[in-house]
Design a protein around this ligand. Structure first.
Ligand code: ZN
Length: 489
């Protein structure tokens, strides 16, 4: 590799040079969604962050194996060991099979991720497809004496583990503060301590997704799948484990403890965590009425949205912040991001038509290139990388106005930066450059919207409403704004 890549390791709490276990190869595991609802704004940030990580490492010359799981079993309500399975609950409410829920929302998740231009993972394992691997991991942990069987369920013995290994090392907790934050046992519990967590749960008769095991007919605990599947596809030791900060505790802490209990070491070299998105300064939550799905964002169909925002505007908005910083969503911030995105894409198009003379690479362009690589290789600083790309935009606009003389080398370098960095690494593509059918569709819808504007201007509201209804009928949503009319499929 010509360039060193540095990343912040949550475990060591330090910025470290990336040194993969196998030179030239990178193994990455990212916790994917529990598929019981539509992908929302909270899914966009890890989706895009780890996509840029994978794209950057490939750009730097690494061969990357990117594993992102689908949780389709074992994730109980409130992320605890009690309550209904999130997917089974949804299935009961919708009167569908759990696997129908899983299939439906997995497809929806893939569609949303594709619109955001994230690359698919190399392997996308499902928890329900890895029951034997999970059972064998539970057996190993039991053999080591770090778990116990209780009424057909198996629990991880946190206190016993903590005698040998530091429980809480990843999230920065001590067993004392884990204990003080755990609720009291209610007596009906099979656990010895409230902070123990389930590796295997005996199923109640009405439970649907269950399998035979040496302990009971039941199902795996939520944290178990990631320990089992990361080892299966990346090895018991692998390079990078990523996920949202909300997964740090208990999910990743328990994963690390399971790995260590079964194999004597945590197995992960670098733990990465992206920060969360807030909405107008508040945490996103169903009870707060600010829970926005990606589809609602793309169509503008949520009461707190002033209009629709395109997937690239959202991608640009997310990349404007460093992945470890908080990011506050607002209509103003997204509108500003959309403006910035359009400016950048326009400059990328304009550069092809500029005249260039001479062979010297100018210092301005060289500084822009170095600034971009330095930023991206410094713990994925997309925020500074974008600021440097805006310098490139400024140079293009100066050259357009005749105020900057581009050399052939300058022009080539600018084209390289827009093509390979903006598009290739940051994944920001030109949404308007649709070819074939999508180009035709854009023009046809614009034409129809023009007819509707004319009808409105003539106060022929029956006609303008009829046009709107016909468009809705074929799946095109339109939304009137101060600037005009937005539409989306
Ligand atoms: Zn996980």
């Amino acid at each position: 590799m010509e360039r060193d890549f540095f990343l912040y390791n949550t475990l060591s709490r330090r910025r470290e040079k990336f040194e993969p276990l196998t030179p030239g190869m990178a193994g990455i595991y990212v916790c994917g969604p529990t598929v019981y609802g539509d992908a929302h704004l909270g899914h966009a940030r890890p989706g895009i962050t780890y996509d840029v990580l994978v794209r950057l490492l490939r750009h730097l010359g690494y061969k990357v194996r990117y594993v992102r799981n689908i949780t389709d079993v074992g994730h109980l309500e409130n992320d605890s060991d009690e309550g209904e399975d999130k997917i089974e609950k949804k299935a009961r409410l919708e009167q569908l099979e759990p696997m129908e829920i899983v299939q439906h929302y997995t497809i929806r998740y893939h569609e949303a991720m594709k619109l955001l231009n994230t690359l698919p993972p190399s392997i996308e394992p499902r928890a329900s497809g890895h029951i034997p691997e999970q059972i064998s991991l539970v057996s190993k942990i039991l053999e080591g004496g770090y778990a116990y069987i209780s009424n057909g369920s198996v629990y991880f013995d946190v206190e016993r583990y903590n005698q040998k290994y530091p429980y809480g090392i990843l999230s920065g907790r001590t067993l004392e503060n884990v204990i003080s934050n755990s609720r009291e046992l209610d007596g009906a519990d099979d656990k010895r301590s409230p902070f123990d967590f389930a590796l295997w749960k005996k199923a109640t008769p009405e439970h649907i997704m269950k399998w035979d095991s040496p302990w009971s007919n039941g199902f795996p605990g939520w944290h178990l799948e990631c320990s089992a599947m990361s080892a299966k596809y990346l090895g018991e030791r692998f390079d990078i484990h990523g996920g949202g900060m909300d997964l740090l505790f208990p999910h990743h802490e328990c994963e690390l403890a399971q790995n260590t209990a079964a194999r004597g070491e945590g197995g992960v070299r670098y733990w990465m965590h992206n920060n969360m998105i807030t909405i107008n300064g508040q945490k996103m939550g169903k009870s707060l009425g600010n829970f926005i799905t990606l589809e609602e964002l793309f169509t503008g169909s949520h009461e707190i949205l002033e209009r629709a925002y395109s997937p690239m505007a959202i991608r640009f908005f997310i990349l404007q912040a460093h992945y470890r910083s908080t990011l506050d969503f607002s209509n103003e911030a997204l509108t500003a991001a959309e403006k910035g995105y359009k400016k950048m894409v326009q400059a990328a198009k304009d550069v092809a038509n500029l005249n260039a003379y001479g062979q010297e690479l100018s210092t301005e362009i060289e500084a822009v290139r170095d600034g971009i690589y330095d930023a991206l290789c410094d713990d994925l600083n997309t925020s500074v990388a974008l600021a440097n790309l805006f310098e490139a935009v400024r140079v293009v606009n100066l050259a357009k106005d005749g105020q900057f003389k581009l050399s052939i080398k300058d022009k080539e370098m600018l084209q390289f930066l827009f093509k390979e960095i903006m598009e290739g690494v940051l994944g920001l593509v030109d949404e308007q450059s649709g070819t074939g059918n999508s180009q035709v569709l854009n023009e046809v819808v614009d034409m129809i919207l023009e007819m509707r504007r004319e009808a409105k201007a003539e106060k022929n509201f029956a006609k303008s409403d009829a046009i709107r209804n016909r468009l809705t009928g074929v799946g095109i949503t339109i939304k009137d704004t101060k600037e005009g009319t937005d539409w989306s499929l």
